[in-house]
Design a protein around this ligand. Structure first.
Ligand code: URA
Length: 208
């Protein structure tokens, strides 16, 4: 079995978290899943109903679409890492509150530090805003790539947005092709610099 030691230890540390009130309504904290050696990390918003019940990220309808998009570029979820901005489900799947994001973001940063992925792909506006460190419109930044502290950041629509608005699906499919290209051109060696949080100003590299 692949080395999950550090992630496993970190999971043990946080699995009973009570830092924000979401612990009262959760069934499971959803830590994230995949490989500790992933070269690409996908970051969603927060667990939904099924994720909360199973303790795994992206297992509902949006997750099925994510699986098929991964498979369209030859990836499996076991080979990447899939996580979320919030580790616990907001009641009724409401949007994450900024206070919840503030409280939880350190867990995500620690996961990024442990996995040290050269490529980060943010799904939707909450993770994109957090990692970019500023408020952006996801429709304006999708289709662009950013360089952030030595990592490549690819913001894309959340798969749920393509389930909701079918016209977004071809854009999402094109963005996965972009992810494939970026991964093909990404060096194997680990990134030296680590992100320090959300307040970095990213440099825009280009358009697809
Ligand atoms: N949507 C998310 O943002 N994350 C999940 O884990 C599931 C659905």
């Amino acid at each position: 079995m692949e080395d999950w030691a550090e992630l496993g230890e970190f999971y043990q540390e946080i699995k009973d978290c009570r830092k924000c009130p979401l612990w009262k309504t959760r069934t499971n904290l959803v830590f994230g899943s995949g490989s500790q050696r992933a070269r690409v990390m996908f970051i969603g918003e927060a667990p939904g109903y099924h994720e909360d019940k199973q303790g795994k990220p992206f297992v509902g309808a949006a997750g099925q679409l994510l699986d098929s998009l991964l498979s369209s570029i030859g990836l499996k979820r076991e080979g990447v890492f899939i996580g979320n901005v919030l580790k616990c489900r907001p009641p009724e799947n409401r949007d994450p509150l900024s206070q919840e994001i503030e409280t939880c973001k350190g867990y995500l940063y620690r996961q990024i530090e442990i996995i040290n992925p050269p490529v980060i792909c943010t799904l939707g506006r909450f993770s994109t805003n957090l990692i970019l460190g500023r408020e952006v419109s996801i429709s304006k930044v999708r289709g662009k790539i950013f360089k952030l502290n030595g990592r490549t950041l690819i913001p894309i629509f959340h798969p749920a947005a393509a389930l909701y608005t079918r016209a977004n699906l071809p854009l999402l499919e094109a963005d996965f092709q972009a992810i494939k290209q970026v991964l093909e051109h990404t060096q194997e060696e680990a990134v030296e610099e680590l992100p320090e949080g959300g307040d970095e100003v990213a440099e825009q590299l280009g358009f697809w």
